[in-house]
Each structure stands twice: as structure tokens, then as C-alpha cells.
Write a protein that binds this ligand. Structure first.
Ligand SMILES: Nc1ncnc2c1ncn2[C@@H]1O[C@H](COP(=O)(O)OP(=O)(O)OP(=O)(O)O)[C@@H](O)[C@H]1O
Length: 464
């Protein structure tokens, strides 16, 4: 017995019984007298192949073929026909029937036709699996070890399961918002559809509507002679990523809202209603709630685009990730530039961790690109990365930015205790309360960390 399921739809009992007797050991079979009954069972029983008589009572075979293929475009249908019915056979083949067999049915001939059809199904499935594997292999790699990034990854996994729930991603420039949008797309059921991105801030305000929704020919002066497809239509059955969604003007906001409510829209200058199914993922680093208060943003659109909200932390807020990113980009650019740098030297590592990343991951990536390209090796130094020119405290020669001693002197004990408090509390915050990690951040053994940390708290309580 194979895994395949076949429907036999024929009003002649002898044909149904004859085919069933011949094939029942190999396939799961369901037979029907009318096309209507077979259609009712189509979704539930999900056959691989249908043997369909053309001359059925009620809905005839040609009509039924159309209905079957409307519901399941991948379904293979073999028509059963009376010898003289050549015109109907041609019509069926044009409408997408896989093959036909002529009555009286020769069972060996039927067997060969079915085996060929099932081989086609098997090959199609294999190609689809290979394509899916290839797409998933090229899925963007989202790096990060901090707890907050793990939480975001888990969240993405869950959000992606729905094909069309809108997502709003908030975060500073360069934090990876576009990468998150693309990760959602690649994990969603629509991953084989297009992933279209548009930067709303980069398109002139008066052109945004026609870029998003397209336009008909002659819609406005300067329009292309044949009109144009909009980005929303291009994203059909996939994902549209609207970067800088806070930059949409109020008119475009109104039209986007209408589209998001029912998937319908008109091209600029058009009268034909169009329908598109696509997930809208938006991103911004603007404060949309403040814009709503200032009447620059529609609150109804905001609620619609932000069904799911993801806040991406800045790189400075996920300190532990800096060196993980740096090593990842080092390998990436080693491969790209054919270099074989072995790592990042200790001083550069300290300085990277202290750097204030205004451009977030993008800034770090660019710095590593330059470093890998310029370095003499074998390890990357602060000079290779241009860190010395950027005023980062660090390195053996300048461990901390200290003030020179004034004639009044300095209370060294108070300074030490201030410094201890500052770094112990920072370390615990960065390590999210995990003492082992916090100890590692301060380059202390765990027991030394515990002892000093407790002492610090006690001193503090004592002073309070
Ligand atoms: N977690 C990550 N793992 C790997 N690469 C990342 C990660 N986050 C960001 N990057 C890389 O950093 C660069 C900037 O990321 P991205 O364009 O997604 O940021 P963005 O938040 O959309 O920026 P903007 O707001 O300026 O459009 C990209 O090259 C991206 O591949």
C-alpha cells in the first residue's frame, strides 16, 4: 500500500467497482457518483489524484475540473471519457487536466497513466522541498547572546507563525530592525513569497502614494506611459517592510489604513478595486505616540500596524553582545576579503566594550570591515579599528579617564569605594543579576566577587 489517496468520480457503478477492485491494494480510494459529493470531501480527504468522468449527472466533469483546480491548483486530474467525446477532452486538457483515459477502460493502461501522474507529484514535492531548503539556507543570520535578544528571537518565532499579522519594530538606527523583519518573513508560511522593502523617508512625500499603490496610465504628468505596479502589489503573498513608517504623510496614512483593514485598494487614478494579501511589517525610530498627540500621525493606523510590537534595544544596552558581534563580523570579513586574522587583541576588546555605539550594530559592522581590510595581523588592534582616534578610554597606557591631582589632594578611599559601587552595580545590571557573569565582567573570581559585592552592599546599608 502506498501513501497516495485517489478519488474516483463516475456515475457508472461498474466503472467505480472495476477500478476499485484493481487499485485498492495499492492506494487509498474514495468513490463518488457526483462531482458535488467529491468536492464536498476535497479539503477533508486531500486526495493526490482524481479520476473524473466527463459525462456526469449534475455538475459535469469539465465544470468539476475547474472547481477542483480552483480549490487545489496542485491537484492532478485524469479525465475519463467516452471514445467519441474528443472535443470535451481537448477542452479539459486546456483547462489543466493531467491526462485522459477512454472507456472501455483498459486496466493496464490506467495503471501506467496513474503511475506517471504520481511520479510527477513525487518530483514536484521533491523540487518544492529542495526550494524550501535553499530559501531557508539563505535565511538571514540573526546574532546575539544577551537575554533580551534571545527573548526577541523566541518572540519572532511565535509571531512568524501567522502569515499576515502586522508587526511594528521600534528601535534606534542600525539595531537590526530590517533584519528582524526579514527573519519574520523567512520563518512565516509566506516565506516563498516576495520580501519587499521600502524606505518611506527616502521617497518624496508627493510620490509615496503612487510608489506604494501604483498608478494607472496618464494618472499625472510625468507618469510612465503604461502606468506602474505599486510596491504593495509586488508584495502579494509575501511581506512588505515599511521602514521609517513615521515619515508617511497623512494622505498616505489614510490609504494605508484602508488597505490594512481589508486588503483592498485602488491605484492612483484607477477605478478598479484590487486585492492583495501581504503581511505589513513597519519600523521606525520616531515616537509615534508623541506624533499622534501632535496630530501628525493617525492613531487608528498606529493601532493597526502595531498589533505586535517589538522593541529592539540599542547595542549599548546589550553590552555582552559587542564582542560576539565583533567576532562574527571578523569571520565574515575574513571570508569576504580572503584574510586570515585570528582574533582581536585584548586592548581592542576592552575598548570595543567601552565604546558608545551611536550607530549600533551597523557602526560596529563598518568598523570591523575597515579593520579586517586594513590590519597587518595576526590580531586586530585598536589602531586597525580606528578606536584610538575616537576617544575611547582603554588600553594599558590609559586605563581610565582620571582627573589630575589638585593641590587640595584627593580622598582616595572615597574614590575607591565610589568606583567599586559604580562598577558592581553596572556589572550586576548588565549580567541581569547573574553573579557568575557579573564577576566575569569585572575579571574577578566568583568568590572574590561575592565577597566584595556583599561588602559593598553592607557598607551602603551602614551609611544609609
Ligand atoms: N542581530 C544581528 N545579527 C547580525 N547582523 C545584524 C544584527 N543586527 C544588525 N545587524 C547588521 O547591522 C546592519 C544594520 O541592520 P539593519 O539595517 O537591520 O538596522 P535598522 O535598525 O533597520 O537600521 P535603520 O533604522 O537605519 O534602517 C545590517 O548590516 C545588519 O545585517
Amino acid at each position: 500500500m502506498t501513501d497516495y489517496t485517489l478519488f474516483i468520480v463516475d456515475d457508472e457503478q461498474t466503472i467505480r467497482e472495476g477500478i476499485t477492485a484493481y487499485l485498492e491494494e495499492e492506494y487509498t480510494l474514495y468513490s463518488y457518483i457526483t462531482a458535488e459529493d467529491a468536492l464536498d470531501d476535497l479539503v477533508r480527504r486531500s486526495p493526490d489524484l482524481v479520476l473524473l468522468d466527463i459525462g456526469l449527472p449534475g455538475m459535469n466533469g469539465i465544470e468539476a475540473l475547474e472547481r477542483f483546480r480552483e480549490i487545489r491548483s496542485d491537484l492532478l486530474v485524469i479525465m475519463i471519457t467516452a471514445y467519441e467525446d474528443v472535443n470535451s477532452v481537448i477542452q479539459c486538457m486546456k483547462k489543466g487536466a493531467y491526462d485522459y483515459i477512454v472507456k472501455p477502460i483498459q486496466m493496464e493502461g490506467l495503471d501506467v497513466t496513474i503511475r506517471n501522474a504520481l511520479e510527477t507529484i513525487r518530483l514536484k514535492k521533491e523540487i518544492k522541498q529542495l526550494q524550501e531548503k535553499q530559501i531557508r539556507k539563505n535565511m538571514p543570520c540573526f546574532i546575539g547572546e544577551s537575554q533580551v535578544i534571545h527573548d526577541i528571537m523566541d518572540y519572532i518565532e511565535r509571531v512568524a507563525k501567522s502569515p499576515d499579522t502586522p508587526v511594528l519594530i521600534l528601535g534606534e538606527t542600525g539595531t537590526g530592525k530590517e533584519l528582524i523583519a526579514s527573519s519574520i518573513h523567512h520563518r512565516s508560511p509566506n516565506f516563498q513569497g516576495p520580501f519587499i522593502t521600502v524606505n518611506c523617508a527616502a521617497i518624496p512625500r508627493d510620490l509615496i502614494e503612487s510608489e506604494l499603490f501604483g498608478y494607472e496610465k496618464g494618472a499625472f504628468s510625468g507618469a510612465a506611459a503604461n502606468g506602474k505596479k505599486g510596491l504593495i502589489e509586488m508584495a502579494d503573498k509575501g511581506t512588505l517592510f515599511l521602514d521609517e513608517v513615521g515619515d508617511l504623510n497623512l494622505e498616505a496614512q489614510a490609504k494605508l489604513l484602508r488597505f490594512m483593514e481589508n486588503g483592498e485598494f485602488y491605484k492612483v487614478g484607477g477605478t478598479e478595486k484590487r486585492h492583495v494579501t501581504a503581511r505589513i511589517v513597519s519600523a521606525t525610530n520616531k515616537n509615534l505616540e508623541e506624533m499622534i498627540e501632535n496630530e501628525k500621525y493617525r492613531s487608528d493606523l498606529y493601532y493597526r500596524i502595531s498589533v505586535i510590537k517589538i522593541q529592539v534595544p540599542s547595542l549599548n544596552e546589550r553590552g555582552g553582545d559587542v564582542l560576539i558581534f565583533a567576532r562574527y563580523f571578523l569571520q565574515m570579513f575574513n571570508v569576504k576579503f580572503g584574510r586570515d586574522l585570528t582574533g582581536i587583541n585584548k586592548t581592542a576588546r576592552v575598548m570595543l566594550e567601552r565604546f558608545q555605539w551611536k550607530g549600533n550594530v551597523r557602526e560596529l559592522k563598518n568598523m570591523m570591515e575597515r579593520g579586517v581590510l586594513m590590519a597587518n595581523g595576526p590580531e586586530l588592534t585598536p589602531e586597525d579599528l580606528g578606536l584610538r582616534d575616537r576617544g575611547v578610554p582603554g588600553g594599558k597606557d590609559e586605563p581610565l579617564a582620571l582627573l589630575p591631582l589638585s593641590p587640595e589632594g584627593v580622598d582616595l578611599n572615597a574614590m575607591r569605594s565610589y568606583m567599586d559601587k559604580f562598577y558592581f552595580s553596572q556589572a550586576m545590571e548588565l549580567a541581569q543579576g547573574n553573579e557568575t557573569k557579573a564577576a566575569r565582567l569585572l575579571k574577578l573570581k566568583h568568590h572574590a566577587f561575592r565577597y566584595q559585592y556583599k561588602k559593598n552592599i553592607n557598607d551602603q546599608e551602614h551609611l544609609d
